[in-house]
Design a protein around this ligand. Sequence first.
Ligand code: HPA
Length: 280
Amino acid sequence: MSDDFTRAESAAAFLLSQTPLRPKIGLVLGSGLGSFADDLSSATRIPYASIPSFPRSTAIGHAGQMVIGKAGETPVAAMQGRVHLYEGYSAQEAAFPTRVFARMGIRALILTNAAGGINLEYGQGALVVLTDHINLQGQNPLVGANDDRFGPRFPDMTQAYWKPYREMALEESRKLGKQVFQGVYAALRGPSYETPAEIRYLRTIGADLVGMSTVPEVLAARHMGLKVLAISCVTNMAAGILDQVINHQEVLDTGERVKGDFVALLRAVLPRIAADVESA
Ligand code: HPA
């Protein structure tokens, strides 16, 4: 079997053959947050199943397609849905679409996800710009022989979440009159939600949010030198905080409720990130 680099090249060439657009920004739209891609203009929609070597998402609330289109004047490639480790995929497989993005010429990656709120200042529906993460998934997509064509053996993670992009997101949310928080994301493998004791542990070690995605993509993106912005939607307060159980429907419903704010924030930051990648 060919290596990830060759497979990512083939998938990227296939995707670019489907559209005249040449996006420099990639987006991954998480559970309940896929609607941003519904109103891109000049859009081409490509199901994951038709992209060579691409993993297919099985999670409910994930459409499972790549949409390449324009948000205003900015061409973007947006994934409606991702694959997760809890579906049985390896971290390498979960990171493969990020490899493909890079081979398409994408230089900035915007990741979104649904997360449980651990920080008591958050409420259900809060949007949180990630400042850092704690990887508790027990996996890392960079394990194995390093492919120097992607990046170095020991990539730095001190600026995993690009500070200028975080500041842009905070500024734009202020202009929109919407409160946006900042926080540290703890990634677990799932698929069970956490226990209340696990949530107390995560708070103690410095986590503000908990979720089951994003980190494999960030690790692969930084390995290749892509700049990352990640935004979580607090779809529920984490286990044990409120006197109620957590269910996936609630996660999807909250995503649906905040999608207006979420899309407005993405649309406001995109031209600024586009200007940054064009000038680089
Ligand atoms: N825990 C983990 N992942 C999640 C949660 C949660 O509470 N909510 C949405 N994704």
